[in-house]
Design a protein around this ligand. Structure first.
Ligand SMILES: C[S@@+](CC[C@H](N)C(=O)[O-])C[C@H]1O[C@@H](n2cnc3c(N)ncnc32)[C@H](O)[C@@H]1O
Length: 227
């Protein structure tokens, strides 16, 4: 998975938490790599995930809040959270909740929005309005992302349109639509720098901290228990 930089081979047989699974796209990758995956989400997207992956016996779904998860501390080999923590009231606090769930020697990886995204002026201006509009209306409006993908990729014109009305550039049209919906509707959308996020990993006592190429993606390991 690009944002965690974990290879599918190293996931086989691991007990993994997908914190904020949405409709389960990364849950699916982990399951198909041979992991036992526990996937949680605050919203009823988790029901869609459970339905989508109903034939995956190693996938387990829960509708739950990252701040109140029904799992024991140190009970996972790996925990990941992709595109979620910046939508909670407290990104750093949510991260520290997740670190508690990682076993000694286990790994955690997160991807949160970067401060670099503030350059997308259009959405900075529109979000105060779009995050208050009815969800059903926004779900339809977000479909604009499907054709806008081609406009945004035009030389010169695309540079302007992607600043004025940014939408997802996911190659898959359905993910492009849903990612754009996820961009314009959430109440919270914090943005963080690499240094800030690395600082959270350091203060949690994690080691082998790696910053990925896709900002801001950071992974680390909980030090193994001394033998
Ligand atoms: C942008 S989506 C990402 C979903 C998935 N990780 C993916 O990349 O496809 C963000 C998800 O975070 C979930 N979320 C937001 N706050 C949460 C919280 N406090 N606890 C659990 N899930 C949360 C939302 O319901 C939403 O499904």
């Amino acid at each position: 998975m690009t944002k965690t930089r974990w290879t599918t081979a190293e996931l086989a047989g691991e007990r993994i938490l997908d914190a904020g699974c949405g409709m389960g796209r990364f849950t699916e990758v982990c399951c198909d790599s041979g992991a036992e995956v526990h996937a949680v989400d605050l919203s009823n997207a988790v029901e869609v995930a459970a339905q989508n992956l109903r034939d995956r016996k190693r996938a387990h779904f829960y509708q739950a809040d990252i701040f109140r998860l029904p799992f024991a501390d140190e009970s996972f080999d790996r925990v990941f959270s992709i595109g979620v923590l910046h939508h909670t009231p407290d990104t750093r606090g949510a991260f520290h909740r997740l670190v508690r769930l990682v076993r000694p020697g286990g790994r955690i990886a997160i991807w949160v929005y970067s401060t670099k995204l503030r350059a997308m002026l259009g959405s900075e201006l529109l979000r105060p309005v779009t995050s208050r509009l009815p969800r059903a209306l926004m779900l339809q409006a977000a479909k604009l992302a499907i054709p806008l993908y081609y406009v945004h990729r035009f030389p010169l014109i695309g540079r302007v349109t992607s600043v004025l009305l940014p939408t997802s550039l996911e190659a898959n049209p359905t993910w492009r639509w849903l990612d754009t919906f996820d961009w314009y509707t959430p109440r919270y959308q914090w943005k963080h720098s690499d240094d800030e996020v690395v600082g959270w990993f350091e203060e949690a006592g994690l080691v082998d901290i790696r910053v990925g190429e896709f900002p801001v993606s950071v992974s680390g390991q909980k030090p193994p228990r001394p033998s």
